[in-house]
Design a protein around this ligand. Structure first.
Ligand code: PEP
Length: 249
């Protein structure tokens, strides 16, 4: 069975609650599409108004991060149950900005993955190499390690419904898109890694996105690749171009 494409926007630290509602209103008609899952991953403070503004549309709402504890003395953190209660369906975990600026490790990401599933949230787990790592030829080793540790303790049934976003760090927010061949090669390698951890059926079911300066003009070729099931989109998710990415066909 063909995998359904999934295009998720990562708003990062942009848009106040009122600006967020205005952006949803602007993008709503542009992202209407029946055969692609559309997700807006928004800052925590925008979640409640965005869920409200997206009611009755095809837009699912995601968070950009979450903590792995249930509740308690973790000042500034957001618990999975809070996200679920607010209407969130997806959560980005292990984005390279969280790994790079906030010291998140593969082990932290794994704890969050386990928690997300306990609460019925679909994780979008990010992985990807720096330019230095690519030049050293360790891209696939590094990405495989991120995936293997990230999925520790998860069942095949859980893994089948997860989303992995392959995001080369050197392509994020830089305007440099990985070539179609580079993106497909690593996404295929991730799928092979999932087959090794689980089985072929799980590898065939899991959705793998490419992320890194995706635009309306680069999306059609990227998303036509055998192992690329959509995109995680930063900059362009804040603009009308996001509608073109969703309706890439
Ligand atoms: C991202 O932050 O996940 C991302 C891919 O950003 P951009 O599209 O801006 O490169």
């Amino acid at each position: 069975m063909a995998r359904r494409k999934i295009v998720a926007g990562n708003w990062k630290m942009n848009k106040t609650p009122s600006e967020a509602v205005a952006l949803v209103e602007e993008l709503k008609p542009l992202v209407a599409c029946e055969d692609v899952d559309v997700v807006f991953c928004v800052p925590a403070i925008d979640i409640v108004p965005v869920v409200e503004a997206a009611k009755g549309t095809n837009i699912a709402v995601g968070a950009e991060n979450m903590y792995f504890e249930e509740s308690g003395a973790y000042t500034g953190e957001i618990a999975p149950a809070m996200l679920v209660d607010a209407g969130v369906k997806y959560v980005i975990l292990g984005h390279s900005e969280r790994r790079g600026y906030f010291g998140e490790t593969n082990e932290d990401v794994n704890k969050k993955m386990v928690k997300a599933f306990e609460h019925g949230l679909t994780p979008i787990m990010c992985c990807g190499e720096s330019l230095e790592e690519r030049e050293q030829g360790v891209t696939m080793d590094l990405v495989r390690q991120q995936v293997k540790v990230g999925f520790l303790g998860l069942t095949a049934d859980q893994a089948k419904t997860a989303v992995i976003a392959y995001e080369p760090i050197w392509a994020i927010g830089t305007g440099k898109v990985a070539t179609t061949e580079q993106a497909e090669e690593v996404c295929a390698g991730i799928r092979a890694c999932i087959a090794e951890i689980y089985d072929e059926a799980t590898a065939e079911a899991i959705r793998i996105q490419y992320g890194g300066s995706v635009s309306g003009s680069s999306a059609p070729e990227l998303f036509a690749q055998a192992d690329i099931d959509g995109g995680l989109v930063g900059g362009a998710s804040l603009k009308a171009d996001f509608g073109k990415i969703v309706n890439y066909k």
